[in-house]
Design a protein around this ligand. Structure first.
Ligand code: ATP
Ligand code: MG
Length: 370
């Protein structure tokens, strides 16, 4: 089903430097990207990034998916029901086509060597640069609370995620572009200060880089305006029926003037491999009712297989946990190697590399402390 999607386009904010997934070299390319375990995945994830991850995996590129569990507490006090949310994410990745034998899935809290990069990286950016990040500003506003240190600095943590795992290509939605720019800046500054250690990764946008939710704002878990990948067919139909459109009878593709109509056309286009303007022509005078009914049909059809596999996978939580443990072991090996390169470059390897990246557990240590 993912093979019927449109080719992806665009890197960074410079569409003229457009790059397709087919431009990614399977030998030197390495995909690193991830999601917050704040709820189930939705159509925005699928069209914005997940389909591209699967496509790149199928092209032979190593794919690493990070479950950004520490980032849950950037804009809330509680971590939430992490165990079930993380298992659900893993089930949805696998159901979408991520193959745990070829790709790596792991939560970043379990890889101390990755998290250590946060300290040198924080030294490479200024407070003013962090405050200028438009996505952080929007998220702070949406969270309706004072800006926490973690919310301000999580893009640096994201740089640690990507650079620790040696990412070169980062398939993301448009909201992530400022973060990828910061990652590139950190890589550049580190290399300039300490010598070449990092490659500057590029962002990879899809044909649907900012899918809108049923209320007309960007679809996001936090906003509660999503069409979850795991929703039932009837549920999906009801959500699409309630999606905001407009009263103009003739359907046209006009992302600026008619964003909600353009959104449904983009979703249909991305899932069927058709130009959204052509979909609009086909609907013509059918109006919003015809547009919504086509959108419902296309979404339900495209996600049918994924939904079935998701339910089967959720029935085996032991397997899902095993996928995470395997992924964590693989990610740890790369992250420890990167940390050693960083410490060597910074002259912090003065006791030699036999010093472990995380302290060994000493049996009975905890009891001695009490
Ligand atoms: P939250 O509201 O908890 O932040 P979210 O829905 O924004 O959740 P994230 O986990 O923050 O999802 O995003 C994971 C990835 O999915 C990022 O690359 C992000 O750009 C992409 N993504 C999320 N929502 C959309 C969307 N509506 N359209 C396109 N891409 C999206
Ligand atoms: Mg988000």
């Amino acid at each position: 089903m993912t093979t019927t999607l449109q080719p992806v386009a665009a890197v960074h904010q410079q569409p003229e430097k457009a790059a397709a997934t087919s431009n990614v070299d399977p030998v030197t390319g390495r995909v690193v990207t991830g999601d917050r375990p704040t709820g189930p995945l939705h159509l925005g994830h699928y069209l914005g990034t997940l389909a591209n991850r699967v496509r790149l995996q199928e092209a032979g590129v190593p794919v690493i998916v990070i479950i950004a569990d520490y980032q849950v507490i950037t804009d809330r006090d509680e971590t939430g029901p992490l165990r079930s949310r993380v298992r659900n994410l893993v089930a949805e990745y696998l159901a979408a086509g991520i193959d745990p034998d070829r790709s790596t899935i792991f939560p970043h809290s379990l890889v101390p060597a990755l998290n250590q990069l946060m300290l040198p990286f924080l030294s490479l950016v200024t407070e003013a640069e962090l405050h200028r990040n438009p996505t952080v500003k929007a998220e702070a506003l949406a969270a309706r609370r004072s800006l926490s240190g973690l919310l301000l600095t999580y893009p640096v943590h994201q740089a640690a995620d990507i650079l620790s795992l040696r990412g070169t290509v980062v398939p993301v939605g448009r909201d992530q572009l400022p973060h990828i720019e910061l990652t590139r800046l950190i890589a550049r500054r580190f290399n300039a200060r300490y010598g070449a250690v990092f490659e500057e990764p590029v962002a990879l946008l899809s044909a649907a880089p900012s899918v809108l939710g049923i209320d007309g704002a960007r679809m996001s878990k936090t906003r509660g305006n999503t069409i979850p990948l795991g929703a039932g067919s009837d549920e999906t139909a009801a959500m699409i029926r309630s999606a905001r459109t407009d009263a103009l009878r003739h359907i046209t593709f006009d992302p600026i003037g008619r964003p909600q109509v353009a959104n449904l056309l983009t979703i249909i286009g991305a899932l069927t491999g058709t130009e959204p303007a052509l979909v609009a022509e086909q609907i013509g005078a059918g109006g919003s009712a015809a547009l919504k009914s086509l959108a419902t049909e296309v979404i339900n059809e495209a996600l049918r297989g994924l939904r079935g596999r998701r339910l089967e996978l959720l029935a085996d939580p032991g397997y899902l946990d095993g996928v995470l443990l395997d992924g964590t072991a693989r990610a740890t090996a790369t992250a420890v190697e990167t940390l050693h390169s960083v410490q060597r470059a910074m002259g912090m390897d003065y006791l030699g590399e036999d010093v472990p990246a995380s302290p060994p557990r000493v049996p009975g240590d905890a009891s001695r402390r009490h």
